[in-house]
Design a protein around this ligand. Structure first.
Ligand SMILES: NC(=O)C1=CN([C@@H]2O[C@H](COP(=O)(O)OP(=O)(O)OC[C@H]3O[C@@H](n4cnc5c(N)ncnc54)[C@H](OP(=O)(O)O)[C@@H]3O)[C@@H](O)[C@H]2O)C=CC1
Ligand SMILES: O=C(O)C1=N[C@H](C(=O)O)C[C@H](O)C1
Length: 269
C-alpha cells in the first residue's frame, strides 16, 4: 500500500482526510502543517477527533516531503503551489483538491504534471462527477431554448466564489453547447440588468452557516424547468474520493489526471 501524506492536516478537509484514512486503514505516514504552527507535534488523529494515530504533525518542507510517496493537498492556492514545488523536487505524486486557482496558477499545475503524476479536481465526489455528465445531456436537449443558471451554496468560511465545482459545471454545459464560457458567463446581477440574454450561463453564489456544498444546474424554459442538484452531507465524501485518487495514482506516469479518469467515467459522454 503506498505511503500517503496530507498537507494542511489541520484544515477542514485535512481533518476529514485523516479520519477517512484511519477508517480505511490506509498507510498514512505523514501529516503536515505550516512551519511554525502551534500544532507541530500534536497527534494528527487526535486533532481529527478519531483518537491517537501515533502520527505527530510535522512542518511542511523538504524534510517532511520524504515521509510519503503520494501527497494530498486541500489547502489554498499559494500554499498548494509551494507544496507542488516540493513534490516536483522530491518526485512525489499529488492529489490536489484546491479551488479558486487563477489561470496562471492552473498553468503551474499543468507544468508540474510534466514531471510528476497529479490528479486535480474541484470536486472529488462520485455524485458531482456523474452530474458533470448529466448536465451535458440536459444541455444538449434543453439548452438551445432554455435559460441556464448554476446555483451553489457553501459554508460561511469558504474563500472563493463561484465554487470550483460550479465553474466545472459551467464548463461542461458550455462545451456541450459549443459556447465559450468566458464570453457567456454572468456572475451575479444587480440593478436594471435588462432582459436575460438567451445564450448566457448565469452563476449565483450563496454563503452561509455550515453548508458543506450544494450545486444545482437549472434549465428553465417557458412552461417547464429541469433542476439537477447535488448536495454533499459530509466532507468525508470528498476525502474518500481524494484517497481513492491517491491509491489510483500509484505507479502512474507523470501527467495531469482528472477525477473522471479515477472514477472510470470518461466513457459516459
Ligand atoms: N476538490 C474537492 O472535492 C474539495 C475541494 N475543497 C477545496 O479545498 C480547499 C480547502 O478547503 P477547507 O479544508 O475547507 O479549508 P480550510 O481553511 O479549513 O483549510 C485550509 C488549510 O490550508 C492551510 N493553509 C492556508 N493558507 C496557507 C499558507 N499560506 N501556507 C500554508 N498553509 C496554508 C491552512 O493552514 P492554517 O490553518 O495554518 O492556515 C489549512 O490547513 C479549498 O480550496 C476548497 O474549495 C474543499 C472540499 C472539497
Ligand atoms: O470549499 C468547500 O468547502 C468546497 N469546495 C469545492 C468547490 O469549490 O467546488 C467543492 C465542495 O463543494 C466543497
Amino acid at each position: 500500500m503506498p505511503a500517503i501524506g496530507i498537507f494542511g492536516a489541520n484544515g477542514r478537509m485535512g481533518r476529514a482526510l485523516v479520519s477517512v484514512a484511519k477508517e480505511q486503514q490506509l498507510n498514512l505516514t505523514a501529516a503536515t502543517v505550516r512551519a511554525g504552527s502551534g500544532l507541530l507535534g500534536v497527534d494528527a488523529g487526535e486533532l481529527a477527533g478519531v483518537g491517537k494515530l501515533a502520527l505527530p504533525l510535522t512542518a511542511t518542507g523538504p524534510d517532511s516531503i520524504t515521509q510519503a510517496e503520494i501527497w494530498v493537498d486541500f489547502t489554498m492556492p499559494e500554499a498548494m503551489l509551494a507544496h507542488l514545488e516540493l513534490a516536483v523536487s522530491a518526485n512525489k505524486a499529488m492529489v490536489i483538491g484546491v479551488t479558486g486557482l487563477t489561470d496562471a496558477q492552473y498553468a503551474r499545475v499543468q507544468q508540474a504534471a510534466k514531471h510528476i503524476p497529479i490528479v486535480w479536481a474541484p470536486n472529488m465526489s462520485v455524485g458531482v462527477n456523474l452530474l458533470l455528465h448529466l448536465v451535458q445531456t440536459a444541455a444538449k436537449v434543453m439548452g438551445p431554448s432554455a435559460d441556464i443558471e448554476i446555483i451553489e451554496a457553501h459554508h460561511r468560511f469558504k474563500k472563493d466564489a463561484p465554487s470550483g465545482t460550479a465553474m466545472a459545471i459551467g464548463a461542461s454545459i458550455a462545451k456541450a453547447l459549443e459556447r465559450d464560457l468566458a464570453k457567456v458567463a454572468v456572475y451575479g446581477r444587480e440593478g436594471i440588468t435588462g432582459e436575460r440574454e438567451q445564450q448566457t450561463i448565469g452563476f449565483a453564489t450563496v454563503r452561509g452557516g455550515d453548508i458543506i456544498g450544494d450545486h444545482t444546474a437549472l434549465f428553465a424554459d417557458l412552461g417547464e424547468r429541469l433542476e439537477i442538484t447535488h448536495k454533499a452531507s459530509s466532507r468525508n465524501t470528498f476525502a474518500q474520493g481524494a484517497l481513492r485518487a491517491a491509491l489510483w495514482l500509484q505507479n502512474k506516469q507523470a501527467g495531469l489526471y482528472s477525477m473522471q479518469q479515477v472514477l472510470g467515467l470518461t466513457e459516459l459522454s
